[in-house]
Design a binder for this molecule. Structure first.
Ligand SMILES: Cc1ncc(COP(=O)(O)O)c(C=O)c1O
Length: 480
């Protein structure tokens, strides 16, 4: 079979439209004898029948294994060059009480960037000393609470924050550990990085102003300076951007050592994962040795000790562990005219099959927000039908409401089938909305053949409960 002319260049016509390539799917995903996909031993049809669709499914063992693997790899490599490493789980990728507990149990600290995320980590019982707080505009109340509960480190992002955190720490009679977020000028994404002198962006302070900010921090008895912090981007497939950024930061770090202790260096998160067969990221644990070696070599060049290291991965821990299950509602073939090439070429017609599901941009905003590509498989059965190019669309009143721009599904896909979209563990639930008054889906954890709800589905009552004119469930008719 040949590829559809509407398929993007990176998408090959599949030999098997039922296959589950391992870098994209959670470790526990496999087809059962009957042909449907089971997640950690729980068949897709059972999950849909018990919990409804759309449904976020998280493979707990997969998430824990990745968390442990990344933490161990960075700590082992750091020990090799005579230093330590703290690995924070970046809660913004996906945070619930259960997931925060998994991360703490796997020996990770937790990075939060709002009062709400802090509340989740605290509710999970994460030791506040193992929480880091970020953000370019933390409110006074957020700073006050973080200091009061004893958050381990606060990342300072502006001159105003130096004063705000110092004042809160003084008021609470504490000495607060802080980092300074600097903008290294390195911007990385997938295979490339861009290195500029200065960047026009909201996070952090310029490298050449870093010493000034650190002097301001050191002038406060209520603050203890721990080190520099930066985050160079997301979905990074290699180590070069991290190495360049570390080299730039370490120049400043070395100068700061002349004025006092600088115990650590935080290089942020951003390790990439595979969303489609076109993606080939080097897994984060495999990057650990190269990044740590680059830091150690730069420290040797500068004649300074290797500082304690810190990283903040999110997506690379939870992204691949998550899959979203949807039910197909409608299938429709749309005739698309493809312009010909050359002066007297004629357009040709091709068909794009739109498969509409019961969720969409409210449970996965990334395609609409960033044009992100995803993959899709028929989950409730296997099929020998010839693969057809499909576009999986959501049910929102928005033409940009696409879940999967392009993949092949068996040509007999039909209403009632379940579809599974992999690699939705990160930045899907956390970016979810109630657009068009759709309730946010439940999150179910699967492990060893068992499934349990870790966040329940939103009901219509939940959706209306904050509306001041709502008089209660009796007003919702029989659908309530
Ligand atoms: C400061 C900071 N740290 C860590 C992360 C996590 O990045 P990722 O999930 O790509 O690893 C982010 C993501 O935006 C971030 O802004």
């Amino acid at each position: 079979m040949t590829s559809s002319p509407l398929a993007p260049d990176w998408l090959a016509h599949p030999h098997d439209a039922d296959a589950l390539p391992s870098p994209i799917w959670p470790a526990g995903a496999a087809r059962t004898e009957s042909g449907e996909i089971a997640f950690a031993g729980v068949p897709a049809s059972d999950l849909a029948a018990r919990f409804g669709t759309p449904l976020y499914v998280i493979d707990e063992t997969d998430a824990r294994t990745r968390a442990r693997g990344i933490r161990t790899a960075f700590q082992t490599e750091a020990a090799r060059v005579g230093t330590s490493c703290t690995v924070y789980y970046a809660g913004k990728a996906f945070l619930s009480i259960e997931v925060a507990r998994w991360m703490a149990e796997e020996g990770l600290s937790v990075d939060v960037c709002s009062g709400g995320e802090l509340a989740v980590a605290l509710a999970a019982g994460v030791d506040p000393a193992h929480i880091g707080l970020h953000g370019n505009n933390k409110s006074l109340a957020e700073i006050d609470r973080a200091v009061a509960v004893g958050v381990g480190v606060i990342v300072i992002d502006s001159a105003i924050e130096v004063e705000r955190v110092a004042e809160a720490a003084q008021r609470h009679g504490r000495i607060q550990d802080v980092r300074l977020r600097v903008n290294s000028g390195v911007h990385a994404h997938t295979h490339d990085f861009l290195a500029t002198a200065h960047e026009d962006q909201k996070f952090g302070v310029r490298l050449d102003q870093g010493a000034e900010y650190v002097a301001a921090i050191r002038a406060h008895d209520s603050l203890a300076f721990r080190g520099l912090h930066c985050h160079i981007g997301s979905q990074i497939f290699g180590s070069d951007g991290f190495a360049e950024s570390a080299a730039r930061l370490l120049e400043l770090h070395a100068r700061l050592l002349e004025g006092g202790a600088v115990p650590e260096l935080n290089l942020g998160g951003g390790f990439g994962i595979a969303y489609t067969t076109a993606d080939d990221p080097t897994p984060a644990p495999e990057l650990a040795a190269v990044i740590v070696d680059a830091v150690a070599a730069e420290c040797a060049r500068l004649g300074i000790p290797v500082p304690g290291l810190a990283f903040e991965p999110g997506r690379s821990i939870i992204g691949t562990a998550g899959v979203t299950l949807y039910e197909v509602g409608t299938v429709k073939d749309v005739l698309v005219s493809i312009p010909g090439e050359g002066a007297d070429a004629h357009p040709t017609d091709s068909v794009r099959r739109y498969v509409s599901v019961d969720g969409g941009m409210s449970d996965n905003a990334r395609p609409a927000l960033y044009g992100s590509d995803y993959s899709v498989r028929l989950a409730s059965r296997a099929s020998a039908a010839d693969p057809a190019l499909v576009r999986v669309a959501g049910k929102h009143c928005e033409s940009g409401d696409i879940v999967v721009y392009a993949d092949y599904l068996p040509g007999d896909v039909q209403p009632g089938d379940l579809l599974a979209v992999p690699a939705t563990g990160a930045y899907c639930w956390s970016l979810a909305s109630n657009y068009n008054y759709l309730g946010r889906p439940a999150v179910v954890a699967v492990q060893n053949g068992e499934a349990r709800v870790i966040v329940r589905r939103e009901t219509e009552h939940d959706l209306l409960a904050r509306d001041a004119a709502y008089v209660g469930p009796d007003s919702l008719g029989t659908l309530s």
